[in-house]
Ligand binder design. Sequence first.
Ligand code: NDP
Length: 367
Amino acid sequence: MDLDYLLAIPSWNSVGILVTFFTYLAIAGSLIPAKLVPGVTLQDGSRLHYRCNGLLSMLLLALLLGVGAKMGLLSLTVISERGLELLSATFIFSFLVALALYAAGCKSRNRSSSLKPYVTGNLIHDWWFGAQLNPSFLGIDLKFFFVRSGMMGWLFINLSVLAKTIQSATLSHSMILYQIFCLIYILDYFFYEEYMTSTWDIIAERLGFMLVFGDLVWIPFTFSIQGWWLLGNKVELTTAAVIANCFVFLIGYLVFRGANKQKHDFKKNPKALIWGKPPKVVGGKLLASGYWGIARHCNYLGDLLLALSFSLPCGISSPVPYFYPIYLLILLIWRERRDEARCAEKYKEVWVEYRKLVPWRILPYFY
Ligand code: NDP
């Protein structure tokens, strides 16, 4: 029996895959033409600029891997065959990176909002939550780099799992549905990568183990659980189930993308039309039209429906494939509460007025 496999000890192969992946992303991110997107204004008045070229980087990598596989230089199934090794290698990498970030943060004499150290003296706390807001390495913004790596890693894990099912002639409707939904979600994510620059993780969270682990381990390895599960389990879906599943995905996508886009457009231009009409604005600052007039944080509802649609292809015989939607439900309820508190503090009476106008949270007419 292969003890290394059982203990998920990282092999040199898995380390090699990780190093190659990160090196590719660093080079592609710096060299491939990019849309330069200004981030939010930080406390000291400065703004970071993000190179948004994730979509091109990802498509180029997929092309290179496809050509490499065709020429017999690499195997597309390698990730699906070395999943546990890769998982443990990525975990150890995240652990070490967070330590390095903590050490660099503690040593920093920089007083800018991005790099000034936030050190409480509690090592575990500072290592977990991070010591700096926007650390960089060789000119690369690490927070943006890691979230990009995680989302792309998820896609390449999925593609490898797909290659494995094709190789073993076990490709099912469930696997096809799961793959298509995730592919659309990830392509969409990179198409609108600039929207990431105004999300909570990028603007408010410091870079410590929590975020590094979340980006590099949690996103790719737990969001793909359905794919791994389908590798070893057969599911027969009725036509009605397939149609219902597509419906959940479509509604989820419309709400998720629509709500996030409306907020993004509103922040850029508070007069931008929402659903063809001038927006209702509270206190000149908060949008109360479109999805944001139906429920506060309606975007979370879209994400939850999407997460559910990724799991439905697995049927209902096991709770395992439902790990992602259940985790997301807990995370987003927690996040919504945290954001409510933040907005109440930031917008004061304007938030109170918005709450009166839009009393529902996440789910219209319920929560
Ligand atoms: P939001 O995009 O909802 O951002 C919250 C911020 O939006 C608030 O702090 C406030 O910021 C602003 N805001 C809130 N209400 C309004 C309003 N009515 N009008 C104008 N501005 C408003 O949250 P996140 O950054 O947490 O999430 C972004 C997306 O990422 C969501 O769709 C979420 O589902 C998804 N996500 C997915 C995760 C996953 O694991 N799949 C994990 C986390 C998020 P300001 O101070 O700038 O006004």
